[in-house]
Ligand binder design. Structure first.
Ligand code: 0PR
Length: 365
């Protein structure tokens, strides 16, 4: 550290110079994050110093967290769901598997996930000592239900389905998974970190949530399609009491027990996430999602005209292509199979899509 502090103006000119090294979202087509909605930024600023790790000191913020959980629970067809605001999908997935493992104490626990699952499940397996069994995908990159039965045994503590896969934007057959989970009496976790804020706002949403009786828990991330500030995730559980198995005693806090993974937890992104839902309502979210889906459709159409066929028709706003080269200045990503991947987040507007297609066209010219 410096012996003597730095003048504020010098400090901020240094910070600004670093910030200018960051890429602007305009050319980022590879991210599941997006600039926060203006009401999210405003709410975040209002709650900057709040700590949900000691909720008795911030009862207003804690009440907002409860409201957020109730809103998201209702969106997932279970207004009485239990839940708490996490730092994102990784923490939600780890905590869900932690509950599943506690509920079924076996010596060599395993979890069955689709091959498309996010790498957070590898972290969860490592931390929790779970064998991760991978179910293959079908031709459309969805979890293949055939052969699933053989992967499950008496040591299987959880099944996982994905709603909005990271790489191809697909929705697993969660209704069928729910049947298997009930039949084999296994905990079912749904990773809807991305699709949880997309599918409910589509014209014809496929059932994936608590309306399916086998679904025990759901990850949904306001900091992705919920346009909140970072970090804002949420873990929802069908039975609010299922968190009790994670409780540790916290004798000197304003609450005597906590089930969260983090101790100190920011209230600001929780207020931001709530603000966006409240401000936009179902109507506003439907409009945002319809725009993103339409832009994905237009991007796919335009890319195919340029000779870059889609890898698959996605269920949510993630588009993938057989395409070797991307024009300079744009950030796209690549799937494990080498497909070009573009996430049509709210900042990827129609104008941005058209500009990208124009640059793609010039590349081929
Ligand atoms: N589950 C799914 C289905 C996900 O897609 C992700 C993240 C997670 C869980 C984990 O969520 P957190 O990162 O909030 O813990 N998916 C993105 C990905 O890995 C995250 C991301 C976002 C990566 C922006 C890059 C980026 O620029 O691609």
């Amino acid at each position: 550290m410096r012996e003597v502090g730095c003048p504020e103006e010098d400090l901020f000119s240094f910070l600004s110079s670093k910030r200018r090294e960051d890429l602007g979202y305009r050319h980022i087509l590879s991210s599941m994050c997006t600039p926060p909605h203006p009401v999210a930024a405003r709410a975040h600023a209002l709650f900057l110093e709040t700590n949900l790790g000691d909720p008795g000191l911030f009862p207003g913020t804690a009440a907002l967290e409860e409201l957020l959980v109730r809103r998201l629970g209702a969106l997932m067809h279970h207004p009485g769901a239990g839940g708490y605001a996490t730092s994102g999908g990784t923490e939600s997935n780890i905590q869900a598997l932690r509950i599943a493992k506690k509920q079924k104490p076996v010596k060599f626990p395993n979890v069955v996930v689709p091959a498309s699952s996010h790498f957070s499940f590898q972290k969860a397996g490592d931390i929790l000592g779970l064998e991760i069994r991978t179910a293959p995908l079908d031709a459309r990159f969805r979890m293949d239900m055939e052969g699933l039965d053989d992967l499950i045994d008496q040591n299987t503590v959880a099944l996982v389905g994905i709603v909005g896969t990271t790489e191809y934007g697909m929705v697993d057959p969660v209704a069928a998974l729910s049947d298997v989970a009930l039949d084999r009496d296994v905990f079912l976790h749904v990773d809807a970190a991305f699709g949880g804020m997309v599918v409910p706002f589509l014209d014809r949403p496929v059932p994936f949530d608590f309306q399916l009786p086998g679904v025990d828990s759901i990850s949904v991330d306001p900091h992705k399609m919920g346009m909140s500030t970072i970090p804002a995730g949420c873990l929802l559980v069908r039975d609010p009491d299922s968190f009790a198995c994670l409780n540790v005693d916290t004798p000197y806090l304003t609450v005597k027990r906590e089930c969260t993974l983090a101790g100190t937890r920011p209230g600001a992104p929780v207020a931001a996430a709530f603000a966006v839902l409240e401000y936009l309502g179902m109507d506003g979210m439907r409009a945002v999602v319809a725009g993103c889906m339409e832009n994905a459709r237009r991007l796919i159409e335009g890319m195919e005209t340029l000779g870059c066929p889609r890898a698959v028709t996605p269920d949510v706003n993630v588009a993938t292509f057989s395409c070797e080269r991307a024009p300079a200045g744009w950030r796209v990503s690549r799937t494990r199979n080498g497909h070009m991947r573009i996430v049509c987040m709210p900042h990827v507007t129609r104008d941005v899509v058209e500009k990208f297609l124009e640059d793609m066209g010039n590349l081929n010219a």
